[in-house]
Design a binder for this molecule. Sequence first.
Ligand code: GLV
Ligand code: MN
Ligand code: MN
Length: 406
Amino acid sequence: MSGSIDVERLAARLEELARIGAIEGTHGCSRLAATDEDRAARDLVVDWMRALELEVTVDAIGNVFGTRAGRTDGPPVVTGSHVDTVARGGRYDGNLGVVAGLEVLEAWNATGVTTERPVAVGVFTNEEGVRFQPDMMGSGVHQGFFELADCLAARDADGLTLGDELARIGYAGDAEPFTPHAYVELHIEQGPVLEEAGVTIGAVTSVQGISWTELLLDGQANHAGTTPMRLRRDAGLVAAEIAAGARRIALEVGADQVATVGVMELVPGAVNVIPGSARLTVDLRNTDDGALREAEERLLELARDLAEGEGVALTERSLVRLSPVSFDPGTIDLVERAARALGHDVLRMPSGAGHDAQMFAPNCPTAMIFVPSRDGISHDPSEFTEPKELRAGVDVLHDVLRELAG
Ligand code: GLV
Ligand code: MN
Ligand code: MN
């Protein structure tokens, strides 16, 4: 632990970020990737990086790195996360990992710490994947998992491309990607596990597999009063039955399987019109790739049967498919040891959420540190983590980075 870590300064930075895209009457914010709000948040982080005398670079997918030199050149140890949020998000998701990295470097500046290796804080583009898919886009391109050109060409619901939007907000750079010496990310858990166990620090072992599919249903809009039930081709009904089926399939597949229909749009969306078309998204996740595949297959089979039964055309589009990822045993041990040495209880656990860390894991020693989320709530403005838990997380990050940076 460093005595120079200042959790009030860290909370003040989270507060300042949360003012950008603030959702009135809540503690949350709305900052979709490559919007004006995202630009303002990036600009603020870059100001902080410059004030800490970090070397700031931006790459072609808009990732920002602030690097503190080491005694030797060579690949830096990287920490960080993202500052984009979901449409109604909290102030901790992603943002914590960025401000915690800056806090560690500020503490080192204050006490004159020098490290063997450089240390960089990364801000990764479009982690959330709400406006543009896939998610974890910036880290995924950086680590060669996604193609740069495909991601720059990704379009939002209004047809705007990520590439044009990055250029518009001033974050289309040309820095070269690199393989870090190691990667470690502090993040809120975003689930109930730590709180229920009464444990402060999660040593994350893995990230579960993620499957996102968009389903388009095309039936026939018609008059709600005059159309007999036997003649309907109701896209809305099929969408609702798919949503109910997704829940059932998750429960039947069992274990860690989860299923969410997060988007369901009915067109034209009127009280007296049978929905002629519908768009829905299905998010399936599991720590076991085989079980996840089973859930995917069953869900698509069900959707096809339901659509056929109602005389509705079905179009399927995969938005994201990521297999489960394991973190590096040595780096997980390091997180656990650092946390225990600081007097914290530690739980080894998989991550239910996707994270930039999973893109680094195949290429360099990688791990994550979790701190609790109150009531297990995240992706909502009510997301909250206690200051003493933030402090614990930054202290662990500090000691892990110190060890990795040498
Ligand atoms: C990212 O936040 C995800 O897990 O969907
Ligand atoms: Mn996140
Ligand atoms: Mn998130």
